[in-house]
Design a protein around this ligand. Structure first.
Ligand code: AMP
Length: 545
């Protein structure tokens, strides 16, 4: 027997209509290349999103066209988030930090019809445009006065001029909630980038889950600052969830790596929650230390994308009264899978027990199912000790890659997705990522967690940033090498001593290597693949082989 409830489809238009009726006067504040501090209301944002849908129709974009963006976090990008998807088309957010060959590959693979771009990316697009002959035209996301001069892009339009000539009268169509809403390519380390095609249903359900109290706990009283780029997994879903709950949305535009601007925005715009990868918070904490400024309205920050070091969690908490919500997920998971929020059993922990608890990545959001398995795909217990391949399934987890050539190893026939991460899960369901499967260090047949070692190193005051990689060793197969960007003079022996008593003795790295900087991926994570390539000639001093 089926239930007798209305079969209303979970589409982004339902979120948009809700926001427009219930949060019409809520503000969106943005820094852009042509506005120091642009501000308008949700009502204006969604009125312009409807104009944009009409613009796309007038430009002749197909009903299910892929419409690409190459843009920073600002109000125009927000209008595209809703205007493109609510009209039934698919928003393809492109990461401008990818290599030119990857960019032309994904534009052609996605079959993008139109590319909307920030003028800062004009040169990149001019370079790849000849390789993307099926793109019908380009729209510069700016006003007529700021249009790029001598631009060679074919069929170039000005965003503000297009919108100015269009009506905001538009009924967004009703359609199946499983229809695609947006597309994001993973910046895979091997092979071509792979497309993850989100649906309206997955995005709406992910928004609900993100807003839950033990998740990001979003409400109409919040001011949200997504520092994570809008081209990286839909800025972790914050633009959608923020609109849904009526939180103020604050966008740093092209200046997202300026700590001074972030602190200005936090204090002047009443930001209560910010989200980003650990690498964006390092300079912010440096800046707070040197300037003595406060980030008072901020009460929590969501940190994920790579493991958040304990030292960062403690500095936010103890110096600034900001709770770090450590989270884990991936492009294939929309992206959030687990968030570390307390339970009544662990809220009172102190000292080392607290430290061990907060570095865990967290517990599954309702809707996300997890399991860990051994090499024979046998499920392992949730005892906080056994570690294995972390597998997931759920309604906002990708079922297959978009137009993939060949077979994905990650999507098992049993309906589970292998995340490529290795983890433990404890009896309360807290996941602790020990490594990317391909970064695991195997010393004399035993596993060593590079993430645990990095955490210990990051708590040393002389270490600004670090990575631990497994390097070949004649006797032990592999041993850990600690690669460090120093904050102050480093004494190798003293730094290695720092590990004594904090990890098993045989885990302690064999050597410390100081470098000027570490290589990062297009999404701001340390690239261990590139680091290992750079270190290919390295030999451990104690390696006699
Ligand atoms: P991406 O799809 O680019 O967002 O990358 C997803 C991958 O980032 C995951 O599979 C993890 O390896 C890593 N990752 C994300 N969040 C965390 C975290 N909190 N701790 C450790 N690794 C993380």
């Amino acid at each position: 027997m089926l239930g007798l409830m209305m079969d209303r489809q979970l589409t982004l238009a339902t979120l948009a209509r809700h926001a427009e009726r219930n949060h019409a006067r809520r503000e969106v504040v943005s820094v852009t290349a042509d506005h120091d501090r642009h501000r308008y209301t949700f009502a204006e944002a969604l009125s312009r999103a409807r104009r944009l849908s009409n613009v796309l129709t007038r430009l002749g974009a197909a009903d299910d066209a892929r419409i690409a963006t190459m843009a920073w976090n600002d109000f125009r990008h927000l209008e595209l988030y809703f205007g493109v998807s609510c009209s039934g088309r698919v928003l393809h957010t492109i990461n401008p930090r990818l290599f030119a060959e990857q960019l032309s590959y994904i534009v052609n693979h996605a079959d993008d019809e139109w590319i909307f771009f920030d003028i800062a990316f004009t040169a990149i697009l001019e370079k790849i445009a000849p390789l993307c002959p099926r793109v019908k035209g380009y729209v510069a996301m700016t006003s007529q006065a700021h249009m790029p001069a001598h631009c060679t892009l074919p069929n170039l339009h000005c965003y503000e001029t297009l919108l100015a000539h269009e009506s905001d009268q538009c009924e967004w169509p009703e359609f199946d909630e499983r229809r695609a809403s947006s597309l994001c390519y993973t910046s895979g380390t091997t092979g071509h980038p792979k497309g993850v095609l989100y649906s309206h249903r997955s995005t709406v359900l992910h928004s609900y889950a993100l807003a839950l109290p033990d998740s990001a706990n979003l409400s109409a009283l919040d001011g949200i600052l997504p520092v994570v780029p809008m081209f990286h997994v839909n800025a972790w879903g914050y633009p959608y969830a923020g609109m849904m709950v009526g939180a103020k949305l604050v966008f740093p535009g092209h200046r997202l790596s300026s700590p001074e601007l972030l602190v200005d925005l936090i204090s002047e715009e009443g930001v209560t929650i910010a989200g980003g990868v650990p690498t964006v918070w390092l300079p912010l904490l440096d800046y707070l230390r040197s300037s003595g400024r406060s980030i008072a309205p901020l009460n929590r920050t969501v940190i994920g994308g790579s493991a958040c070091p304990l030292a960062m969690i403690e500095e936010f908490r103890d110096k600034h009264g900001v709770a770090v919500l450590h989270g884990w997920g991936m492009t294939e998971m929309s992206p959030v899978g687990v968030v570390n929020s307390p339970t009544s059993a662990n809220i009172c922990l102190t000292g080392e027990a607290l430290a061990a608890q907060v570095v865990k990545q967290g517990r599954a959001l309702p809707g996300v199912e997890l399991k860990i398995t051994d090499d024979d795909n046998r499920e392992l217990p949730w005892d906080g000790e056994s570690f294995g391949a972390l597998k997931v399934r759920g309604p906002w987890i990708c079922s297959e890659y978009y137009r993939l050539d060949g077979v994905s190893q990650a999507h098992g026939a049993d309906g589970w997705f292998d995340t490529g991460d290795v983890a433990t899960i404890d009896a309360d369901g807290y996941v602790k990522i020990t490594d990317r499967a391909k970064d695991v260090i195997k010393s004399g047949g035993e596993w060593i967690s590079s993430l645990d070692l990095e955490n210990v190193a990051m708590s040393h005051p002389a270490v600004r940033e670090c990575a631990v990689v497994g390097m070949g060793h004649g006797k032990w197969q592999e041993r850990p090498l600690l690669v460090v960007v120093a904050a102050q003079a480093i004494d190798k022996a003293e730094l290695l001593n720092w590990f004594e008593g904090k990890v098993a003795k045989w885990w302690i790295p064999n050597d410390v290597l100081e470098v000027e900087s570490l290589p990062h991926t297009a999404t701001g994570k340390i690239s261990k693949l590139e680091l290992r390539r750079q270190l290919s000639a390295y030999r451990f001093p104690d390696d006699q082989a």
